[in-house]
Design a protein around this ligand. Sequence first.
Ligand code: UT7
Length: 333
Amino acid sequence: MKKIYSKITGVHGYVPDYVLDNSELEALVETSDEWIITRTGIKERRLLKGEDQGTSVLGIEAVKGLLEKTNTDPGEIDLIICATCTPDMLFPSTANIVADAVGAVNSFSYDLQAACSGFLFGLITGSQFIESGTYKKVVVIGADKMSSIVDYTDRTTCIIFGDGGGAVLLEATDEPVGIVDSILRTDGSGVPFLHMKAGGSRRPATHQTIDASEHFIYQEGATVFKFAVKNMADVSVKIMDRNNLTPDDIAWLVPHQANMRIIDATAKRMGIGLEKVMNNISKYGNTTAGTIPLCLWDYESQLKKGDNIILAAFGGGFTWGATYLKWAYNGHD
Ligand code: UT7
């Protein structure tokens, strides 16, 4: 039997209109444009404003655009996976809400939670259904409304995060393109350094948890930074080595956009020049599961069929990973 490969046949993104720039943050907390740019590389982020606007809004817009540009009838979609740590509600899944809104009436759908590595985890999960021959069309979304869990009085986190999301369509092919290899990892001993204390089953919302500001991101930034630099670079180098890829073989590195210094360190360890590194952190900040599809969307027109691409992420959990894929189409067409 011929091997089935899972390839990305389209990508689309969505960011809300509202721009939160560094000068607005200077008015909210004790910080400076200069500090934020030097320490993170971020100039502005997008926020989803308005009542009853959840992460599904980001996913719906991304998927609608994706279906339109790939000429896909929503009824043909078999599965929608939404990677997010800011679901509209604890249940049902945000993917379910997106599926209903885009008219994916023949699909099933579910959410997947791996924080900033969520898109990679979702991509590999979705690919298994394609490679096994089970399904023909799978949509993978990475989207987060981080502003819903950011404390805008905490200068150590509010400068980093933004809202946004993207989606890819996965389809089957017998050509050797698409997902080639992947290394995905988790380490639960990282929980104390990056988490949200309340709102889950362990500490449901009470007046007390709200008064103690426990419904916001808690992060020990410097510790997370060290783990991120080491682990993201380690898996990226490992995936290069085991696929015999030299820096010259790689067309693009698509790193999670958490901090420009983490991106630089990863590229350096891989021996890759910054001209081959996708980067949009300055305009969107860290959109958690949204960063990688948003990068692919921004750079799509520069991608060529056969390009060797490494996707790499690190995030809360801890979760991290690297994926090697061969791009399947000319992005400017
Ligand atoms: O995406 C999921 C995973 N998350 C990450 O990968 C994030 C990883 N961490 C980071 O990106 C960085 O640790 C931060 C950007 C969060 C912080 O940068 P840092 O260089 O690690 O700063 P720091 O936490 O070591 O703090 C250095 C100083 C401190 O002051 P003192 O104690 O030296 O007087 C902070 O209070 O910078 C201070 N500081 C700030 N100053 C101005 C922290 N935040 C700010 C701020 N503006 N916004």
